[in-house]
Design a protein around this ligand. Structure first.
Ligand SMILES: Cc1cc2nc3c(=O)[nH]c(=O)nc-3n(C[C@H](O)[C@H](O)[C@H](O)COP(=O)(O)O)c2cc1C
Length: 348
């Protein structure tokens, strides 16, 4: 039990505009992390270690990217009991993102729609924040998620990813290459055959050079969309193997609206997350597991709002899971619920 029941905090936060509530929460996390005030959200840590991509994950629940885009609250989020925390997406240069409003709650569906568009303070500010965090000293894993600036033409996208990779490399336990946000024009086109082949070829070659320079080989994961057919997933799986990528994160938000049609805000542009993306994400995970075999690391994300949902994701083929929207609806208690459910699943 935390000091403040999340149901109470939520009823206050949900009266605010979604992005204001987000900023308010992050500002308070940043202010209180590493102080006694973190008792307001601190959770017991559930140990459930698993080795994946050569990394020892202390438990199987992580924070998904996009909640802490500027890496301001790594320790505060860590206190909630995550075994791994992924921050970003960071782009080489700072950028404002899309005009507000750009986050919408759909409470009846336990969902969000966002079209933030990688609003962030850029690589330098991000790295400065990452360096301040103590999280990694406790054996927890930090993932750094990279993307491209909106102003960079898609034909030069690789340049942005290479700059970002070199910048985050020395500070990351793993790096996530995010090519699946629906809110940066043409980004998802990077998931298609030739574009993906070129991008991953360039990134894995640069990784070899960085591994020599820093004396450490940092695993790289690719984050993909749920809106892919079986053939597209098959091509992605083959390309991941071809380039020696270390894992895949499935999935990002969906453009589909069938599960929320008729609800207020359902027609807002952007990516839909939370309960309505769960089955779409599980479908992609199943396809990936089939195509990649039993040993390729898969991080499952999309629509986890309970321990049961997380167990279902592992059964679909994921090795570990991440949450974002569930944290907004259920609060830090969800981290413990998920970590415990997965720990018990292993014990059985
Ligand atoms: C407001 C918001 C912002 C997000 N920003 C990012 C981002 O910057 N990079 C990224 O890789 N994913 C981002 N995501 C996607 C999440 O990491 C996650 O893949 C997706 O929301 C599905 O999981 P969920 O249903 O648990 O939220 C964002 C999601 C939300 C709701």
């Amino acid at each position: 039990m935390t000091l403040i029941p999340y149901a109470l905090a939520r009823s206050f936060l949900f009266k605010m505009d979604a992005e204001d509530a987000h900023e308010f929460t992050l500002a308070n996390l940043a202010r209180t992390q590493n102080t006694v005030l973190d008792r307001a959200y601190r959770q017991p840590f559930v140990a459930d270690p698993v080795t994946l991509a050569g990394l020892k994950f202390p438990n199987r629940v992580g924070l998904a990217a996009g909640l802490d885009k500027n890496a301001r609250c790594i320790d505060g989020l860590g206190a909630m009991g995550f075994g791994f925390v992924e921050v970003g997406t960071v782009t080489p240069k700072a950028q404002p993102g899309n005009p507000q409003p750009r986050i919408f709650r759909l409470p009846a569906a336990q969902a969000l729609i966002n079209r933030l568009g990688f609003n962030n303070e850029g690589l330098n500010a991000f790295i400065a924040n990452v360096k301040k965090a103590h999280f990694r000293q406790h054996g927890r894993l930090l993932g750094l998620n990279i993307g491209k600036n909106a102003a960079t033409p898609i034909e030069h996208a690789t340049d942005d990813y290479l700059i970002a990779l070199a910048g985050v490399y020395p500070h990351a336990d793993y790096v996530t290459v995010n090519i699946s946000s629906p809110n940066t024009k043409n980004l998802r086109a990077l998931q298609s055959d030739e574009a993906l082949d070129g991008l991953l070829g360039a990134l894995t070659a640069r990784r070899e050079a960085l591994a020599t320079e820093h004396g450490r080989r940092v695993p790289m994961f690719l984050k993909i969309a749920p809106d892919l057919d079986a053939d597209q997933v098959g091509v992605i799986a083959a390309t991941l193997n071809k380039h020696g990528m270390d894992g895949v994160i499935a999935t990002n938000t969906t453009l589909a609206r069938d599960a929320v049609s008729g609800l207020p805000h359902a027609e807002e542009a952007g990516g839909l997350s939370g309960a309505p993306v769960r089955e779409r994400s599980n479908r992609v995970i199943r396809l990936l597991r089939e195509a990649l075999g039993p040993h390729f690391p898969i991080i499952g994300v999309g629509g986890i709002l309970s321990g049961h949902d997380a167990v279902e994701k592992i059964r679909a083929g994921a090795d570990v899971v991440q949450i974002y929207t569930g944290l907004i609806y259920k609060g830090p208690e969800l981290v413990t619920e998920v970590a415990s459910a997965l720990q018990q699943m292993k014990a059985r």
